[in-house]
Design a protein around this ligand. Structure first.
Ligand code: FMN
Length: 213
């Protein structure tokens, strides 16, 4: 049994020692700066999610070996919920998304857009999901974006395209999910940004529970 009281599972749903299902949010940190601003923002969201008894995990994506889609379209031939290019971490990421009720995609703003690693994840996981009847449909998804000055709204909108085309459901917050900072840790000083993340975390947990009810 783990720290959350997980003691067994039926089908693909885990149950705690109290008999309730254990739900999960998986977050991907698309910044190569492991403990940078994107990570700080993701942690702020996840702290609220954890308060609601939902398990969380951060997967370090930025700086890892993940290439873009090669358009082989084998995923549409195989329809096995996996990418045919099995040489990097993509299929592991797809597995984690599949097992979670909620997916957070965190990215720094790079030239007014998401990081290369987040784009690679979206292109490949997105196509695999399409080849498999929108396999992430009705999961809860949200973007989290770190920015120095400009381009974060565009980055958030770009990431949201992944959720909306895949029949996923996006919770809102009190502002767009953006935190301002340049150097590592500076985003903690963006009080409104941090509050936005906390509200997002609470809304995400609320929505996940409503969908499971
Ligand atoms: C390649 C690169 C491109 C960037 N482009 C932008 C940009 O378009 N707009 C902006 O405001 N900040 C930009 N930044 C700054 C980062 O978005 C900002 O420092 C962010 O907090 C980094 O998040 P991290 O600490 O999680 O890596 C850029 C940084 C890098 C390294």
């Amino acid at each position: 049994m783990n720290s959350l009281g997980r003691c067994g599972f039926v089908a693909d749903r885990y149950f705690t020692s109290k008999g309730g299902p254990t739900m999960k949010v998986v977050a991907f940190n698309g910044s190569p700066r492991k403990d940078g601003n994107t990570h700080t923002l993701l942690r702020a969201v996840l702290a609220e999610v954890e308060q609601e008894g939902i398990e969380t995990e951060i997967v370090q994506l930025g700086g890892r070996n993940i290439r873009g889609c090669i358009a082989c379209l084998k995923c549409f031939e195989n329809r096995n919920r996996r990418c045919a290019v099995d040489k990097d971490i993509l299929n592991e990421c797809i597995g984690k998304m599949e097992a979670a009720e909620g997916i957070l995609l965190g990215s720094p703003t790079y030239f007014a857009n998401m990081s290369t690693e987040v784009k690679a994840l979206i292109d490949r996981a997105g196509l695999v999901a399409k080849a498999n009847e929108d396999m992430f449909r009705r999961k809860v998804g949200a973007a989290v974006v770190a920015v120095r000055r400009a381009g974060a709204v565009h980055t958030m909108d770009s990431i949201n395209h992944f959720f909306t085309i895949g029949q996923m459901i996006i919770p809102g917050s009190s502002y767009w999910n953006i935190g301002v900072g340049r150097e590592k840790g500076q985003v903690s000083g963006d009080e409104e940004g941090m509050r936005t993340m906390q509200t997002l975390g609470r809304n995400m947990a609320w929505l996940i529970k409503k969908l499971a009810a």
